[in-house]
Design a binder for this molecule. Structure first.
Ligand code: NAP
Length: 281
């Protein structure tokens, strides 16, 4: 049987998902297609209907549709409901079911790449946008010793703390206070877009007082090593970029669609090669 998948986004031409998923299908000899669909916000309802009429197996949902798509689905997972955003749709028995694999993708990458238990760690999230929301919910559901959040717009951080309340309470700190208390955190995660290509010289805040042995993460993977991660490395920190999160969220979607274990190493290699091609290496 041939499977048909894709990604709905606007803009979507830059998406790394097609090359990553196609590499996985080729590796496992799965007969499948994966297309990038450019969907303007006004066309989203029609596009979701086309998942049924075109017999698509499922789609990834990327910006700006992750919240709006919920209105057009039959059901959403408990995690997607808590996050209030969907990044993966599965067309199963005529029903469209929404999931969110972003937060779990990050959590898997943090657990795999930090090489130690994170449950006894104090974690600071910097930023409170859509990505922070999914990461916060996954960390809160998993449970860590302390979870804290800071953001330029503090109200958005407070909103995230509220949605995580059923799982774990989150301390909300103004940026100055988070900066002053940096030494108290074991894991610090940049979820803002600061430092992303082409604005690569900027950092969300100084890592001067970083604790020895801290783990510093960035959700960004263009570039693979942001200035924030470079500064963290200089302070002796273990660093984790956003590539693992991206690969894992795709791998989890792949597993929902195909029922097979995703070849994460192959998927990672495909994305790295595509990034290098874009850089002209
Ligand atoms: P978003 O919803 O637009 O949120 C952006 C965040 O960055 C907000 O917290 C915003 O603060 C902050 N911010 C932006 N410019 C700022 C500035 N000049 N000063 C201070 N704060 C600033 O974006 P998102 O969807 O959450 O994405 C955030 C980042 O995560 C992006 O770089 C994206 O590429 C990355 N991401 C990676 C993956 C992955 O798979 N690795 C997945 C999703 C996202 P305010 O609230 O104050 O505006």
């Amino acid at each position: 049987m041939q499977l048909h998948m894709g990604v709905f986004g606007h803009p979507v031409s830059h998406s790394m998902s097609p090359c990553m998923h196609k590499a996985a299908y080729a590796h496992l000899n799965i007969k499948a297609t994966y297309e990038a669909f450019e969907i303007a916000p006004n066309d989203l309802e029609l596009a979701v209907k086309s998942i049924r009429t075109e017999q698509l197996t499922g789609v990834n949902i990327t910006l700006p549709h992750k919240v709006a798509v919920i209105d057009y689905l039959d059901e959403i997972s408990e995690e997607a409901k808590a996050i209030a955003a969907v990044n993966t749709v599965v067309h199963r028995d005529g029903r469209l079911v929404g999931y969110n694999t972003d937060g779990q993708g990050f959590l898997d990458s943090l657990i795999q790449e930090s090489d130690e238990s994170i449950q006894n760690k104090k974690v600071l999230l910097v930023g409170a946008g859509g990505a922070a929301r999914s990461v916060a919910v996954s960390l809160a559901r998993y449970g860590v010793e302390e979870l804290a959040i800071t953001n330029r717009t503090l109200g958005k951080a407070a909103e995230i703390a509220k949605i995580c309340e059923p799982f774990q309470s989150i301390n909300v700190y103004p940026r100055g206070l988070a900066q002053a208390g940096l030494t108290g955190f074991d894991i610090i995660i940049n979820t803002t877009s600061i430092g992303m290509h082409p604005d690569m010289d900027r950092m969300p805040f100084s890592l001067e007082t970083l604790k020895r042995g801290a783990v510093v993460c960035d959700l960004i993977y263009t570039p693979l090593k942001t200035r924030w991660l470079q500064e963290a490395e200089k302070k002796g920190a273990k660093t984790i970029n956003g590539l693992g999160m991206f690969v894992n969220q795709g791998a989890l979607a792949f597993e929902l669609w195909t029922g097979q274990s995703a070849p994460r190493d192959i998927m990672r290699k495909a994305v790295v090669e595509e990034l290098m091609k874009e850089r002209g290496d």
